[in-house]
Design a protein around this ligand. Structure first.
Ligand SMILES: [Zn+2]
Length: 428
């Protein structure tokens, strides 16, 4: 593990969704494919009771009535009583209590794993409102959470979802983690568009105007954690139904991320070939620090004629939507790649075409297992007696992710690597 400090440059935040179930927490099964000390710690620690949650929830109710930021300090004593060390912090975007690494509680162990990656875990009610969510802010290197995210017996699936994002963002900026770097590629509707319309190929309401492909990894993480809830004999029928609903939601999003990426990639590819795309190799210079190894490059399509053509021919829309003002794709490129692109702008088109093709092949490689998981969940979501079919399908999906990760990270950036050959053989 490199000790180098990786400065994150995304201006985008990842928001977890709302409505977290307060479910009992059994053993997490998230360790087989992505070896990961933080999540393993969570899995081991999750058997302990962490009964701080009821106290915190009472406190959060009071906070919501008064909205007095000073109150947050008084929450400290609940943490202290349970042996969780915190310190009050105003350094980040929102004030709150930073969980200090050290100590035997599950949350402190997660904080320790994150601290090794220079990420803070912070209890903040101003960041995540109304007891609904956890949130990772890459620029600030902080995960915000509230009592709901803490879970009654240890970290909740949504907190672990955000932990997954935080780890991917860190890994994607280390040279050896090509897989995570490609998965950090994101799509969004042109940010200057006043009216939001959905990304091409969108199949769900959530994540229809922005998403990063690493949602696939974060959703896999939380889906597996929700699955472990289903297997816990202590959960009530109601808790079981809530967890299953989350799995259904998650399963639908996997094919969504992939099909939206594929449809959009087609648009970007054609636009670059026709000279209708704007390529910005250093699109967010304001987020860049001196020792950044990687930076965001953006491809933007806003050409009116091109957009009309795409709507008719790729999206197969009968009527052209005039509000549809364009799309933006962000990918991480290394400092060396950026330098080369600056010197030799003629090679820029080729570079981006290849990179987009590579990411698309990765998405296509994952597609059959993602669709299989969605189908299996749909067929089995009412079966309260056995979750075996869903678990098996999740395992196949995880193996697929693990295989592509292994191939990409072992072979590095070499385009001649076995990965592409393997993909071509398997995705015909
Ligand atoms: Zn997410």
């Amino acid at each position: 593990m490199s000790k180098k400090s990786w400065i994150l440059s995304s201006v985008l935040m990842t928001f977890a969704t709302t409505g977290l179930p307060q479910t009992a927490w059994s053993q997490s099964a998230c360790t087989s494919v992505f070896e990961n000390d933080v999540l393993e710690t969570a899995a081991r620690a999750s058997r302990r009771d962490l009964d701080i949650v009821p106290d915190l929830k009472d406190f959060e109710k009071k906070f919501r009535q008064t909205r007095d930021p000073k109150l947050i300090r008084s929450a400290r004593k609940f943490f202290t009583q349970k042996g969780i060390k915190t310190r009050f912090s105003k350094e980040k975007l929102h004030p709150g209590l930073v969980i200090e690494p050290g100590g035997k509680t599950p949350i402190a162990k997660i904080a320790a794993g994150l601290a090794n990656r220079n990420i803070e875990l912070q209890y903040s009610l101003e960041a995540v409102s109304d007891g609904a969510a956890a949130m990772y802010v890459p620029d600030q290197r902080v995960i915000y959470f509230d009592a709901n995210s803490l879970g009654e017996r240890g970290p909740s699936p949504l907190l672990l979802h955000e932990v997954r994002h935080a780890i991917d963002f860190t890994r994607g900026r280390q040279p050896e983690h090509v897989f995570e770097r490609l998965m950090l590629s994101s799509l969004q509707m042109n940010q200057f568009t006043p009216v939001k319309t959905a990304i091409p190929g969108s199949k769900t309401k959530a994540y229809s105007d922005y998403f990063s492909l690493d949602e696939v990894l974060a959703h896999r993480q939380s889906a597996r954690n929700f699955l472990s809830i289903l297997k816990n004999p202590e959960v009530s029928r109601e808790e079981w139904a809530i967890a299953m609903n989350w799995i259904v939601d998650h399963s639908e999003r996997f094919p969504h991320f992939i099909s939206a990426w594929k449809a959009s990639a087609e648009i970007f590819t054609l636009a670059i070939k026709k000279g209708q795309a704007e390529i910005l190799p250093d699109a967010r210079p304001w987020t860049k620090k001196k020792d950044d190894e990687y930076q965001w490059a953006t491809v933007r399509v806003t050409d009116g004629e091109a957009l009309t053509w795409f709507q008719k021919n790729i999206l197969r829309r009968k009527a052209v939507d005039p509000r549809w003002q364009g799309l933006e794709m962000a990918i991480l490129i290394s400092r060396d790649e950026a330098k080369k692109l600056e010197k030799k702008p003629a090679g820029m088109n080729d570079f981006f075409l290849k990179r987009i093709a590579r990411i698309t092949r990765l998405a296509e490689f994952l597609e059959p297992a993602a669709r299989d998981f969605a189908d299996t969940v749909r067929k089995n979501s009412r079966n309260v007696y056995s979750t075996r079919a869903i678990e098996n399908s999740m395992r196949r999906f995880s193996e697929r992710l693990g295989e592509s990760r292994r191939q990409l990270n072992e072979n590095g950036e070499t385009e001649a690597a076995g990965f592409l050959g393997m993909l071509e053989a398997l995705t015909d």
